[in-house]
Design a protein. Structure first.
Length: 377
């Protein structure tokens, strides 16, 4: 490959034929910008029962009695989206300063159209309002404002759930919520062509210092994870799963295991997931010990991940999730997951239920694990 001799670009580099330039050095400048204090995206999905106007319902019944097919569509009425802040109160969450629980209301208008054999029914084009109410935790210090935007709305008519003169519509609404404030920042910049300031003689006045809302550094913006990791296994295991259920004893349980863990993918804690499914299978002809005759199959799904710690090539993360054993009632559970370059260990602590899953090449051939560092900035 031929290397090109590329001259580095410098601030004072000009064409030899260009006219001389006046100095315009880079220096500290003060600018006014909109600062983002918090930013979340919310999604709502709900099925709403909507009354059908009396005249429209008569046309629908007439179409059906004639042996024809009734279909329906729904869509958002353009330029009808509204979002309002209903109220806010302190969140009082330990370790999270400056957080508030903000109540927001969202409203769109939906147009519903019924058709008979594909032809619109004259009296069956009507509009209904659809609203949602959300509570969301935000960094919302005094002096900031909430900029709320509904950026997508989709709607489907559920015709197989018509209840007399009611029809069910399935509405999905996606919202973007930002907490903002205008601030002044000092940046390295240069003027584009300012005009001189004309001084106006006036009496000197001493003003109080200008302050801006405090940031919420404990949870937004969140720092990158220190490391990221993954573990995956699908197959039969006879030595890697231990289950104690309802205090009735436990031990190693053979069975089919699906284990998929992803922690801090792309160094972002929100890109984390952990799902475990286990189906107990009897092996040989041995008689179970007293108290162990029950099926100890279980499922577990993590709902919350804390920031992982990363000592010497190891990823360790804790959190909470939902544990369901033997088709029983789902229960809240705490978990601890440790991943190295060759092993993965998961401990789940429910009410009286304890589950331990140990994956390593010695006990579960085919297990895949990976741990890597993350850059922080």
């Amino acid at each position: 490959m031929n290397e090109k001799n590329i001259r580095p670009i410098r601030g004072k580099q000009v064409s030899p034929s260009a006219p001389p330039l006046h100095p315009n050095p880079i220096r500290p400048e003060c600018i006014r910008v909109t600062k983002v204090y918090d930013w979340v995206v919310l999604t709502n999905r709900d099925r709403n029962k909507v009354p059908i106007p009396e005249a429209c319902f008569a046309e629908i019944e007439a179409c059906r009695l004639a042996g024809n097919t009734v279909t329906a569509t729904c869509e958002e009425v353009p330029d009808t989206r509204t979002c309002d802040v209903v109220g806010a109160r302190p969140a009082n969450i330990p370790g999270v300063t400056g957080a508030k629980i903000v109540t927001l209301s969202f409203l769109v208008n939906i147009r519903i159209q019924f058709l008979c054999n594909g032809t619109p029914l004259p009296g069956c084009d009507f509009v209904v309002p659809v609203s949602f109410m959300d509570d969301v935790i935000l960094c919302y210090p005094d002096g900031t404002v909430i900029n709320c935007n509904i950026f997508d709305v989709s709607c489907t008519v559920v015709l197989n759930q018509m209840l007399g003169n009611m029809v069910v519509i399935d509405v999905v609404m996606c919202k973007d919520i930002q907490v903002e404030a205008d601030v002044k920042l000092e940046v390295e910049a240069k003027f584009c062509g300012p005009r001189p300031i004309v001084p106006i003689p006036e009496e000197e006045v001493v003003c109080p210092p200008i302050t801006f809302p405090e940031q919420c550094p404990s949870f937004f913006p969140e720092a990158n994870c220190l490391c990221q990791g993954a573990a995956d296994f699908t197959g039969f295991t006879a030595t890697g799963v231990s289950v104690t259920q309802d205090g009735s004893g436990g031990g190693i349980v053979p069975g089919q295991l699906d284990f998929a863990a992803l922690v801090c993918d792309q160094c972002d804690r929100s890109n984390s997931s952990l799902v475990v499914r286990f189906i107990e299978e009897a092996t040989g002809t041995a008689t179970p010990a007293p108290g162990n005759e029950i099926d100890r199959s279980f499922t577990f799904r993590a709902l919350q991940f804390n920031q992982p710690t990363c000592p010497a090539g190891t990823l360790m993360v804790t959190g909470t999730g939902i544990l369901t054993i033997d088709g029983g009632v789902p229960e809240n559970a705490d978990f601890t997951l440790t991943i190295t370059a060759t092993t993965a260990t998961l401990t789940i602590l429910g009410g009286l239920d304890v589950v331990t899953v140990t994956l390593s090449p010695a006990t579960t051939p085919g297990v895949i694990t990976e741990v890597g560092p993350c850059g922080r900035f």
